[in-house]
Ligand binder design. Sequence first.
Ligand code: DMJ
Length: 636
Amino acid sequence: GTKPAFFHLLSREERLSQHRVVPEKTLKSHVSKVSMVFRKLPGVSASGMGLRLSQKFVFLLFLSGLVTLCFGALFFLPDSVRLKLTTSTKLKSLSRKPSVSHEATEERLAGGKAQEDLTLLRSKTESASEKSTSSDHGATSDTFSYKKFKRCLLRPPLGTDDGKPSDPKTNERREKVKEMMKFAWDNYKRYAWGKNELQPLTRNGHIGNMFGGLRGASIIDSLDTLYIMGLVEEYNDAKDWVQTSLDLNSNGEASLFEVNIRYVGGLLSAYYLTGEELFKNKAVELGEKLLPAFNTPTGIPRGVINLGSGTSWSWGWASAGSSILAEFGTLHLEFVHLTELSGNPIYTEKVMNIRKLLNKIEKPHGLYPNFLSPVSGNWVQHHVSIGGLGDSFYEYLIKSYLMSDKTDDDAKKMYYSALEAIEANLVQKSPGGLTYMAEWRGGILDHKMGHLACFSGGMIGIGADDGAPEKRQHYLDLAAEITHTCHESYTRSATKLGPEAFRFDSGAEATATRLSDRYYILRPEVIESYMYMWRLTHDPKYREWGWEAVQALEEHCRVESGFSGIRDVYTLTVSHDNMQQSFFLSETLKYLYLLFSDDDLLPLEDWVFNTEAHPLPIVRKSCLQDEATQDKTVSE
Ligand code: DMJ
């Protein structure tokens, strides 16, 4: 019984076999077999090299240990290395042509005009990424090549001139938005640095309880906005903070959804834009901490997770311990990218499992209710909404399809059939001719549309082109009508900002009828739809509507030390809510900036925006693999 040094590496069965007494007869026959082998070797005595029986036994034990150790070592190799071994073998047999030609792409990428410090910063960060190893809290593998990824983009991410419009009036408006970002950022930095959000009236930071003890939500949410706006110093401050102060070892209760869309999404975008390994490693490290939320009987994650212990549970307010459609349905884009970057398939497996369950389950009238039990996998209540609780699930279906380079056919099918069901059951026309999306409660319509539902103009717009040919124009019209209705909800208020929810009953048309629905918290959805509709149609009205919003924000939400939400959009004696939401920096201001930029700043051919407006690149699998083949051939 002495345990071999590698005892701890053995499986249970192997360990047991280490204790088994070897019968002398068997032992003898083993020894004679070994002698047979040696007999064939010249210069080796046929008598077992003159060893005593006990020596032979030790020798045999050593030999069998060595063999086990070799197999064991293979077994214990990290996933990433095994993946690399298998993909490199597979890649050797691939000989498809790259979908994006090498030369053509490099030519397009080379088209950029020199941009002084901005270019300097950007080239600095890129070469940093090429030099760096995965030693920064190395949770990731080295299977992802940033260089290859850049080659597979169709266009430079920031356009030829950082998206600067040639028309001076538009450029002036763009500069105004940049100034707003700088103002919001400077005040956050001055009064709330490292906290999650700025409270601009009391001039202090807010931590809240959504992010499980994680800090700096406004910093993570701002990284990409600062970068695309060329706010170099500010971006560097943000990056330094991530490097020195973003502590992922927190131990609080976090919303899986919020941490994913803001932190994981923000870090992923920052990585793809800058190539800084730091962001990639932090994103994967954080992604890993979210995985225990999926340990449920169905694999549908629960809404809340303790980032330290991994314990997860459902929101107390969600009926019967259910999970929320917009929460577990808004993980797909980020998780697919976590797999891309880490080489670990688990992230994609988790979200594909959600997808499969939703695809399979019966849907009332083809609609997806907002509450699902993570235990039974059944719907818990029949409340359907394109606004809060449902919204970004639909958004992620079409964006999953687009982000997969239009290969994810399940996502495509699910999106268009969901849209059909929405049109058949929820889309309404008001007596005044406004198109809106009502909510559905077990078959009964609630003629209310939330501000959150206003993202759907943009969503239906970006999906229009891939719908059935006879439906394409119809979808584009529907997208324009919804966006128009949402604009009406702004123009019909005194402040020219829209309420949290507006109604189409009791004589109301796109106005809030309840006091509790009159607030505006700097939300982006209406402006988001303006931005997409501008890109899709180039109808100048969308830029005008965006400019109206800028003026209203300046007039009613800008206070001495930042921007604040307001409690009632229908009164000019405004009351501020004292909160500069992090999504104001990541979404509202970014979409405004893109609205006044040329289309080649983050072109839609290459990027999809996650639901927090963090740009994620389209995954061009065939290009990435072919590039790998080329690299391999060169190095061989
Ligand atoms: C953001 O965090 C995201 O857009 C989310 O999808 C919905 N709510 C806010 C903005 O309103």
